[in-house]
Design a protein around this ligand. Sequence first.
Ligand code: ZN
Length: 188
Amino acid sequence: MSAITHNRQIPSITLKTELIGKVTGRKIDADALIDSGAEGIIINGQFAQKHQLTLLPIKNPFPVRNVDGSENTMGWVREYTIQNLRIYSRDGEAYHEETAEFYVMDIGDHDIILGTDWLEEHNPDIDWSDSRVDMTRCPETCFTAKPPILHLKTKSSKSTVIDPRTHHKDYQGDAVEFLFDPSTGVRR
Ligand SMILES: [Zn+2]
């Protein structure tokens, strides 16, 4: 058992998810990073504490390993929690729900990390450049409401996109104007 993590800069997608209380039905908003560089399904220890999630001891605690096999500064994983994770499609109508075991770790700013275990189990169709995730190849054990579950809700991280062509053209225009301005004396 391991939960390899690393800090390599790779294209990332953060899903907006909810943890649904089994008994109470209480909903907790959680941002879940899809990270193919991590192995397990991981939840932030501080987040778990803040929301008073029920933590269970791991029988055989294991150290957090970096991809090169060295021990991560996060130390050992000693607890896990079982939670219902709900992920909505962008229209808010359809959703995917599963019961998952989360390793409790210090994962900085992230609430949840969905690693390769999760990717392999659900095998979603991901368009990294478009930040689009479709749940089209799930096992039968997944619960789905109003399927198909397409275009999962993501945390908006897209800033205003500057079209490089337009931007470049404007710049050139200014430069040309400058070069041909007789008052500058650049072109005699
Ligand atoms: Zn699934």
